[in-house]
Design a protein around this ligand. Structure first.
Ligand SMILES: Cc1cc2nc3c(=O)[nH]c(=O)nc-3n(C[C@H](O)[C@H](O)[C@H](O)COP(=O)(O)OP(=O)(O)OC[C@H]3O[C@@H](n4cnc5c(N)ncnc54)[C@H](O)[C@@H]3O)c2cc1C
Length: 473
């Protein structure tokens, strides 16, 4: 057995996108010993580095309007407590970013007395990278690239560490820490067609689920389309299915890990921020709101995790430690290339769980996924990309399977979620959050009314692709 490396710290942040870098900055700024890790090489593309750079903007006066726009765009599936937090934090978020040296163009309100968006001033493909470099330079956290997290370690219902595969040294790495922040982004690259760069495979969603945390509305995924084509194809319903599959791409995960107002999941010490989380945006989001989400809640997760880490000492039980290392060893010893099985998962996900799904297509995807589960065993390899792909294939499989389970439950069309066999929104029966949790005998599903603390009379849901513009008043 390869001897594993061990690191003791207060907080590990998984992910070096906008949410992870912000979380690391905040946690280290609060005095915690923090490691921020990424499975990708330094400066590799991520959704954050690819982002166009539009960020939600609002003044104190337009906070209530922003709140209303987020909830109406989300089809009232949002957790309104978190939307209130979000709307309240937007007016000051840019100032916090300016402190670490970020620059922005002048804000563009969506209309008279309306919130709007602002764009960062760096131009070109490296804009997001430029921003992340500012975080890197300003942070007291230790950043480590090429470490692929495999498992959150939980003992007695609370986090005690994180296991990762060190892709450079080809060894298991065990972090002993009371708090982990998942900032691993969404899972759009779990689909064959996507505008997300490789690596956006929903690893954090799978790890949270395996750790026992709740997921919310995982079926809600936004697909992008060339402008002007969506209304046309949606009107033609199922006949347009092939066209939708040829033209579209998975863009953004609206659902994900369920967190409370402190950004903590239902597992103590496990925090999450950014696209990995669900519940804030419901069934659709405003353009620019994803980055604002990362900055606002990345910061909160960092502060709260740093505080919590001081309250608890942790020990990793030997059997848990050994089992986590064994899982990594299996990948290191793997003699089957992970690429082909990963591509099959992504194809199944696109065909059966992509845009315009039906009960039959989801059911077929479940059967096809069940049939290939065994092929994941023994996948691995000695090359860095193979090791990473083997970790991702396992996570992608879990995510695809869970998206399928959740999709079976939502029988309607709302926001970015389209069902050819249920083409209308159904406020009577479907105004509910679908919650997934790992139970002893497999996936446990439940549904709960959305948290409606302020707006209680749902409007007609918006339906569309990608992300939405502001509703004109
Ligand atoms: C083309 C495009 C344009 C966009 N434009 C905009 C825009 O203009 N405005 C807007 O608001 N939003 C935009 N978005 C959405 C927005 O960019 C993303 O939602 C946001 O950047 C996600 O940030 P994040 O920090 O949550 O995760 P990511 O940026 O996805 O970062 C995830 C990090 O986690 C790491 N990671 C994942 N799994 C593991 C693991 N197992 N172990 C270790 N590390 C791991 C990855 O390597 C990466 O560092 C756009 C998205 C795309 C694809």
């Amino acid at each position: 057995m390869t001897p594993e490396a061990q690191i003791t710290c207060d907080v590990v942040v998984v992910g070096t996108g906008a949410a992870g870098m912000m979380a690391g900055l905040a946690a280290a700024g609060s005095g915690a010993r923090v490691y921020v890790i990424s499975k990708m090489p330094h400066r590799a593309p991520s959704p954050t580095t690819r982002a166009y750079g539009d960020i939600t903007w609002s003044s104190e006066e337009t906070t209530d309007e922003l709140f209303r726009q987020v909830v109406e765009t989300g089809g009232f599936l949002n957790d309104q407590r978190r939307v209130r937090q979000f709307a309240a934090a937007v007016p000051s978020v840019l100032n916090k970013l300016r402190i670490v040296g970020c620059q922005f163009d002048a804000p563009k309100p969506a209309g008279e007395g309306m919130p709007g968006t602002v764009r960062w001033s760096y131009r070109g493909v490296d804009a997001g990278e430029e921003l992340l470099q500012r975080f890197n330079d300003g942070s007291a956290a230790t950043h480590m690239w090429l470490f692929a997290a495999t498992q959150v370690l939980v003992n007695d219902g609370a986090v005690c560490g994180l296991a990762a595969l060190g892709l450079k040294a080809r060894e298991p790495v065990i972090f002993r820490c009371p708090c982990v922040i998942l900032a691993t982004g969404g899972g759009a690259a779990a689909f064959e067609r996507t505008d997300n760069p490789p690596g956006a495979t929903g690893d954090g969603i799978a790890m949270a689920y395996e750790a026992g945390a709740e997921l919310v509305d995982l079926e809600l995924i936004s697909f992008g389309y060339p402008k002007g084509r969506v209304t046309d194809v949606l009107e033609r319903g199922e006949q347009a299915r092939d066209e939708l599959l040829d033209l579209g791409y998975a863009h953004y995960f609206l659902g994900g890990v369920r967190v409370d107002e402190r950004c903590e999941t239902t597992v103590r010490g496990l925090f999450a921020a950014g696209e990995v989380t669900g519940g804030l945006f419901g069934a659709g989001r405003l353009g620019g709101a994803a980055l604002a989400d990362c900055f606002i809640f990345g910061r909160q997760a960092g502060h709260n995790a740093a505080f919590d880490a001081q309250q608890r000492n942790t020990v990793i039980p030997q059997n848990l430690h050994n089992a986590a290392c064994d899982r990594i060893e299996e990948i290191l010893r793997g003699d089957r290339k992970p690429g082909p099985v990963q591509e099959r998962i992504r194809r199944i996900a696109w065909q059966g769980l992509g845009p315009l799904k039906t009960h039959a297509s989801i059911q077929r995807a479940i059967e096809e996924l069940d049939a290939i589960e065994e092929d994941l065993a023994f996948t691995g390899g000695a090359r860095r990309d193979e090791m990473r792909l083997a970790v991702e294939a396992r996570h992608t499989y879990t995510v695809a399977r869970l998206v399928a389970e959740a999709s079976l439950q939502r029988e309607e069309t709302r926001g970015c979620y389209w069902r050819a066999d249920h083409p209308e929104p159904d406020n009577e029966a479907q105004l509910r959050n679908i919650v997934l949790r790992k139970a002893k005998r497999g996936c446990e599903l439940s549904s709960q009314p959305p948290v409606m603390t302020e707006l209680t009379e749902p409007t007609t849901p918006r339906i569309g692709a990608g992300c939405f513009g502001y509703i004109e008043r």
